[in-house]
Design a protein around this ligand. Structure first.
Ligand code: PTT
Ligand code: SF4
Length: 612
């Protein structure tokens, strides 16, 4: 089976067993890899209603046909499980050498089941699997853990690990890899922690089966050079993802003060230019010439890597405009293994709830020192406040009451990315209907929306654009498994990806073949949601209520006095459902499921919920 190794490694931590399982070509072509494999495995193997932090949950690492091969930006892997933050399918995509090593070890995916009886590190080398004690680093941060692993195995191995956040089951703990970054925003690190799994180390030495290895090698190395040259010409790498901050401020789309405001006069202090001026080093994922990771010295003198999302949510949204202090908060999230985005939204919600008088507490917007302490107690679940913070903004809002749920900035439990959509309907829809909760990964429509259509439109063209982007971003890049940045930032043509896919597999797919798989995977994730929440309504696809609240309208800037219109948003949502073939609750109809080849999966869903 060219392009796939044809095998999945299944490991059980409870009884320390492992098995190499073959999958069929039909499975490979139907689900392709990455998010497709993970969504299918978790849908089939998890009983509805299981505790995401119990031994019944499964932690999946999944790769795709082009993951790990020497071609531009392929050093990425998907990590997935039932999410302890959202209660249904969750995943993330992170840069790591595991992409290459797991494939070279002979596997396209790893499924970790059960729970170890002591802190454990899984070591995988080709056909060998070892369950090793990790007591020496249990309780330690991700940097020390990584050093400990590198000291044992050298720097070339693939590593996934967790910090104290994952160990203590903070619901937004991520998986870390120092060869790349962090992934699994909806608590994938907590799922590892619940299994007492501190780290996974992989070393693979076998060739990846390919239809035409020579052609793939030539194509990949030529393209690595081309992408490197394009990158130098665009200058994107000067400010990296944080190039967007000044623009967000200008168009009144920046999160400020728990998304209450959309602009701030001090935003320039943390923008891309300042980040570039403070740069001490540049990092990248494996197989990448674009190297978008910019590090600075934080307030304590440590090296901290900053992206836009981290700066927007730990900086402007908390009204912290000292770049080195934002760097400190980011460093702590990285070391504790907490998602910077949910951490930022959780702290801003906490400050806002205190501000609104619904609870008492000693945290104020702008207080970076207290924010550092709050991250520490959240990662350790220390005391009642730490315990609350570790559960994330939605659960806190449910606990606090008094209407605070309206300004918990989340959808389906996952905190929103750093785009303030008070008056950006298309991006608000993109968050509302994102597959796993409010992640910008699925459809980043904001630039298209503000440059190419009228901002106030709630028309079908915006729903169509969200679907188009979901197919590309949440679909193709997540199942082939490659970083999407060459396409977004350098204008690298999309049809390169079927070209890679066909060269490595020997098949002859077009982009339309990719979109079919993307739609199938989205529908399956929706079925997963339905099975967990049978009383689903279209309100589950609404963005945070505060974006519709006229008393919360921004007083300055280009959107003076404007907020989203609830009725019109609902109309936009209906366009999305109609175009997708979903019913009024946002669930694929039986006809849609049949068209996508999901009749078996539909029957499994019907055991707990009604399809139309
Ligand atoms: C992603 C999310 C992002 S998206 C950022 S910054 W971004 C945050 N980074 C964190 C971090 O760092 N440390 C931390 N403790 N938590 C963090 N949480 C946040 O996680 C790096 C890049 C980025 S930088 C983006 S947009 C793109 N994302 C891709 C994607 O999702 N899929 C894909 N095929 N290609 C992508 N390329 C880009 O990768 P999650 P990463 Mg991450 C310090 O994983 O869960 O999806 O959350 O993967 O390696 O950090 O991505 O302005
Ligand atoms: Fe990693 Fe950035 Fe390169 Fe993408 S562009 S592979 S996120 S370093």
């Amino acid at each position: 089976m060219n392009g796939w190794t044809g095998h999945i490694l299944r490991v059980n931590l409870s009884n320390r067993t492992f098995i190499k399982e073959a999958f069929t070509e039909e499975f490979a072509q139907k689900w392709v890899g990455g998010r497709g494999f993970a969504a299918k495995i978790l849908y089939d193997e998890l009983r509805p209603g299981i505790d995401p932090l119990g031994p019944e949950n499964k932690f999946v690492v999944a790769l795709g046909p082009i993951a790990g091969i020497p071609a531009p930006n392929t050093g990425k892997a998907v990590v997935a499980a039932k999410s302890p933050l959202t209660g249904f399918y969750g995943d993330g995509n992170l840069g790591t050498r595991v992409a290459e090593h797991l494939r070279k070890a002979g596997y396209d995916a790893l499924i970790v089941e059960g729970k170890a009886d002591r802190p454990t590190m899984l070591y995988i080398q080709d056909d060998r699997v070892e369950f090793l004690p990790a007591d020496d680093v249990w309780g330690k941060g991700t940097y020390a853990t990584n050093d400990w692993i590198y000291a044992k195995y050298g720097k070339g191995v693939g590593v996934l690990n967790i910090g104290q956040g994952g160990e203590n089951l903070a619901r937004y703990a991520v998986v870390r890899s120092l060869e790349g970054r962090s992934g699994g925003r909806p608590g994938m690190g907590a799922v590892m922690g619940s299994k007492l799994l501190k780290a996974i180390v992989v070393k693979g030495t076998k060739p990846i089966p390919q239809a035409d290895p020579e052609a793939m090698r030539a194509l990949g190395s030529g393209d690595l050079k081309k992408v490197g040259q394009l990158d130098k010409q665009t200058g994107w790498s000067i400010q990296s993802t944080n190039g967007v901050l000044a623009w967000c401020n200008e168009v009144a789309g920046l999160p400020v003060r728990n998304f209450r405001k959309t602009q701030h006069p001090d935003a320039w202090k943390i923008d891309g230019e300042r980040l570039n001026n403070s740069r001490i080093a540049t990092y990248g994922c494996p197989n990448c010439t674009m190297r978008c990771g910019i590090t600075i010295h934080d307030r304590e003198g440590r090296e901290s890597e900053l992206d836009y999302e981290n700066i927007g949510l730990l900086g402007s949204n908390l009204e912290i405009f000292d770049l080195d202090q934002v760097g400190s908060l980011n460093y702590l999230c990285d070391d504790y293994g907490l998602d910077t985005m949910s951490a930022g939204c959780t702290l801003s919600f906490y400050a806002d709830a205190i501000d609104h008088g619904v609870i008492t507490g000693d945290f104020k917007f702008g207080d970076a020192e207290r924010a550092k302490e709050l991250l520490r107690i959240a990662a350790h679940r220390e005391g009642p406040v730490g315990n609350l913070l570790a559960d994330g903004s939605l659960r806190m809002a449910k606990e606090f009451g008094h209407g605070s749920e309206a300004y918990a900035m989340q959808v389906k439990g996952l905190d929103v990315a750093a785009y303030n959509c008070k008056f950006i309907p298309g991006q608000a829809l993109a968050f509302g209907v994102a597959a796993i909760g409010a992640h910008h990964r699925e459809a980043w429509i904001i630039t298209f929306e503000l440059k190419n259509t009228t901002r106030e439109s709630y028309g079908p063209e915006k729903a169509a654009k969200v679907i188009e982007l979901q197919r590309i971003r949440g679909g193709m890049f997540e199942f082939l498994v490659a970083c999407r940045f060459p396409w977004i930032e350098l204008g690298w043509p999309l049809d390169h990806y079927p070209h890679y896919f066909n060269t490595i597999t020997g098949l002859n797919w077009t982009l339309d073949d990719m979109w079919l798989r993307a739609d199938r995977i989205y529908s399956l994730i929706k079925l997963h949601y339905l099975r967990e929440f049978p009383n689903v309504t279209r309100k589950d696809d609404y963005p945070p209520a505060v974006w519709f609240d006229p008393t919360n309208a921004d007083t300055d800037g280009p959107i003076k006095g404007q907020v989203l219109d609830l009725e019109k948003y609902d109309g936009l949502l209906q366009h999305y459902y109609d175009q997708r073939g979903y019913d009024n609750r946002g669930i694929p109809t039986k006809a849609t499921l049949e068209k996508l080849g999901l009749t078996k999966e539909a029957a499994a869903a019907e055991k707990v919920a009604k399809l139309t």
